[in-house]
Structures are given as C-alpha cells and as structure tokens.
Design a protein around this ligand. Structure first.
Ligand SMILES: [Mg+2]
Length: 343
C-alpha cells in the first residue's frame, strides 16, 4: 500500500509573451494551480491545473476553492488502487483541470515507485511528438510576420486563430499561405462563425488552392447540427474542441456524425476521462488531436506523456509553454524546435 500523505496547492502566474488573442478573448496572463503530491513512502510528484474560464467556467480561484476538499477525499488513499481513487475524485470534485493534475500526479507517483515513466505505463508507443505553433489574432501584417517567423524557427505545422471577421480571415489566410507554403495548417475559429460563414470561409480558401489539415471548432459549441453542416459542406476535416468536454459530449458528436476530429485537452475533461474519450473516438474511427489551455512546461508534460504513451494523435497542439514567459523548462522534456522528446 502506498498512501497519499499530503497534497500542496499553489497558484502560479505566468505572463504571455504577447497578448493571446482568440475569438472574443484576449489574455495577457495565465493563473495556473500547481499540485505537489507526497506519498507515505516519500515520493513527490508535481503537476499543474490550467483552468479555462472561457471553456469550462473555472479559474484558479474556483480550483483553489475545491482544493481542500480534494485533499480530504484523497488523503490516506492507496495509489496502487488508483481506479478507486479516480472514482472518488470524480464523484466529489467538479473541476476538470484539477482532476487532470491530480490524476496525473497519482499516476506519476505510482510510476516512480515502479521505476517507469507515465508514457511507458500508457503504452510507450512514441518517444517523441511534433507540435505546431500558434499565430493569434492580430492585424494582417503582424499575423503574416508571425507565421513567417514560426516557419523560420523550424515548425512544420501552423495553427492560425481566426473567427472574428470572416472576410479579413480569408485575406489573412491567403497572405500567410504566400509566405509559408509547404506548411500544414490547423485553422481554429474558436466558435466564431455561423455555419454559413464557416462554409463560405472554407470554400473561398479551397478555391485559392489552400489546403487545411484541420478546421477546428468553426461554430458555436452547442450548435452540433451546425458543426455537422460544416463537416459535410466544407472540403476540410472538421474538429470539435469547445463542443467536447465530457464523455456524453463525445458520444453525442459521434452519433450525430458531427466531426472528423476530436480535440483532446486534459484540462477540459480530466486525465482519466480523456483516456475514455480517446478509446471511444478510436473505436468509432474519429481522428484525434491533442491541445492545451495555458499550461506552463510543467502542465504540458502531462499531455506529452499522454501523446507519447498512446501515439494516437494525428496532430499535437502543445505549444502554450512556448507562448508564456517561463524562467526554465520544468517539463522534463527536450524541446528541439517543433519536436518534443521526453528525457
Ligand atoms: Mg481550439
């Protein structure tokens, strides 16, 4: 038996290198909750919750408000029987980002005891993954310059935030394409378009010969019919992001044939529910990508282990730590341009 002896929680503030502007949201800083789990035999595991108010209605204050309860639920529990511990956590704590951090820290502590890493425990499929890098919403000149710089840095996949002005977005995509030919594009409207606008955007780009690998969350998160409409009317594969936070959401999207991809983010759903949604998607031939909120390198580590362990993601959008000011990389991975490799 390895008991959970204590869990410490602390709020950490990170500043963005430049304002993180996406549809109807601008952030200049992120407040994450760091978790330190200590076991009865002296193992320490650190993890991070990066709550999203926009997507999940939680922030560092709401996470901290349930931290004591989570500690009370977990104290004294045997991590060797982590399935029971996860169930106790699920039934008592309603914070997906905190669940992600706590579930990961429990798995990591168990793996440390066993002399393996979490990615090995999950399957050890890939030693490294490739991530994209994001261009946030700005004026055309700055977005094109940023995209060109990301290409120069060595990234092969570009994520572009759109969704506030469809005609400007078409122009931006055309200009970015001129400077970054050869790259793959993930275009994320973050719920900004109506279904008709979303199809208009896609058809305009297609007619200019621009290919998009993933067209992410073009429409409102609750408009599953609209998402399906875009999926069947647009030439590009459509991903659900904001529309999928729970297992029920994933079941509904799959039943309605509303998306080609599901964007897995552990901060939306917790670590164990992410595993369930991944299994569900794979069983139904839905493709997978993995994304992030505002995790520092410590929090990104969690998704890196998931992505390397399972090796099932066609695209990894794990770049939030690159957009934040951080003194040093605490993720125990090596970042070589677009490649992330676990140490
Ligand atoms: Mg997204």
């Amino acid at each position: 038996m390895i008991k959970i002896k204590d869990i410490k929680f602390s709020v950490k503030k990170y500043e963005y290198k430049k304002p993180f502007h996406i549809t109807n949201s601008v952030r200049t800083e992120a407040f994450n909750v760091e978790v330190e789990l200590i076991t009865s035999n002296g193992i320490i595991s650190k993890a991070e919750a990066s709550p999203s108010f926009r997507v999940c209605g939680e922030n560092s204050d709401t996470v901290m408000s349930v931290a004591d309860k989570a500690r009370g639920v977990l104290a004294g529990k045997d991590i060797k029987r982590y399935g029971n511990v996860f169930n106790d956590l699920k039934s008592s704590v309603d914070s997906p980002s905190l669940k992600a951090a706590l579930e990961f820290s429990i798995l990591e502590a168990l793996c440390k005891e066993s002399g393996i890493k979490v990615w090995n425990f999950l399957g050890g499929v890939k030693k490294e993954i490739e991530t994209d890098k994001t261009v946030v919403i700005s004026n055309i000149k700055d977005m094109v310059l940023e995209a060109a710089n990301i290409k120069k840095e060595g990234f092969k996949i570009l994520k572009i935030k759109v969704g506030e002005n469809v005609d400007k977005d078409i122009e931006i995509m055309a200009e970015i394409y001129k400077k970054t030919k050869g790259m793959k594009y993930i275009v994320d409207a973050n719920t900004g378009y109506t279904p008709k606008q979303a199809v208009y955007f896609a058809k305009k780009l297609y007619s200019r010969g621009i290919d998009i690998s993933v067209y992410e969350q073009p429409v409102d998160r609750n408009d599953i019919k609209g998402l399906r409409y875009v999926r069947f009317k647009s030439p590009y594969p459509v991903a659900a992001d904001e529309s999928v936070k729970t297992i029920d959401d994933a079941v509904n999207l799959i039943k309605k044939e509303a998306c080609d991809f599901i964007n897995i983010k552990i901060m939306k759903m917790g670590f164990s529910n992410a595993l369930s949604i991944i299994q569900l998607a794979r069983a139904n031939d839905i493709k997978l990508m993995i994304g992030c909120m505002s995790e520092s390198s410590l929090g990104i580590k969690q998704s890196v282990h998931l992505a390397c362990g399972l090796g099932c993601f066609d695209f990894c959008d794990l770049d939030s730590h690159l957009l934040l000011n951080e003194k040093r990389n605490r993720g125990e991975f090596i970042q070589n341009k677009n490649i992330i490799k676990i140490c």
